[in-house]
Design a protein around this ligand. Sequence first.
Ligand SMILES: CC(C)(COP(=O)(O)OP(=O)(O)OC[C@H]1O[C@@H](n2cnc3c(N)ncnc32)[C@H](O)[C@@H]1OP(=O)(O)O)[C@@H](O)C(=O)NCCC(=O)NCCS
Length: 200
Amino acid sequence: MQIRPVRQQDLPALINLYRQCFREPPWFEEFTSLEVFDDFTLVLAWPDHIFLVAEEAGQIVGGAIAYDLKYKPDVAAHISEGGQTIYMAELFVDKNLRFQGVGRALVFARLALARLKGYTNLAVRTSVDQPAIKHLYCDILGATVVAAQDVVSTKIIAGVPQQISDKRIIVCGLIPEIALVETLRMTWCPINNRLDQIPV
Ligand SMILES: CC(C)(COP(=O)(O)OP(=O)(O)OC[C@H]1O[C@@H](n2cnc3c(N)ncnc32)[C@H](O)[C@@H]1OP(=O)(O)O)[C@@H](O)C(=O)NCCC(=O)NCCS
């Protein structure tokens, strides 16, 4: 397993994986490949973005994106900032490789890179029905829920588009010192790649 920055040639597989992962509950979202391509391309043009993939035996099995909170004004509005905040955006892992630490490895690698780029704080938004994210950030990294939002969105369930409400939570916290991030990652991740092999 390798965590590394995305490459242009990863995009077709990564886009497919993203579309599969967000078709699942609680999201039930349906994106065209072009929509995802456009979103990814936009992020890649932002300075200081972080865009990582997890690769296993030549296959893309996960992805993680982060960027400055200023690009997410609807989340920034809920945060009283005391430092430089990175927004931990997309995170997704192949269904066949879940519960093996891939998501955790991507999160810690993202945090470590964010710390190296000078970010001190993190923010993330998720659904109350996605417990993995709350567990990773609150239970493991000590972040806290600072706001809740009721969102109505179009979900495609059994092929039928429906307007469904969902509760989102916004979680904020400090990014642990780089050594701590590294220690967390090396201790808890079954993935033996070193932080210094990931280019900033
Ligand atoms: C969320 C997601 C990225 C987690 O990936 P993963 O590789 O399975 O995560 P990990 O194996 O690193 O697990 C991290 C921790 O979360 C826990 N966890 C993972 N999935 C969980 C779930 N569905 N429910 C509860 N806890 C979960 C794990 O047990 C682990 O905790 P532990 O080490 O204390 O046991 C993956 O489920 C996914 O891609 N989901 C669809 C997309 C999505 O919802 N992304 C998040 C958007 S905000």
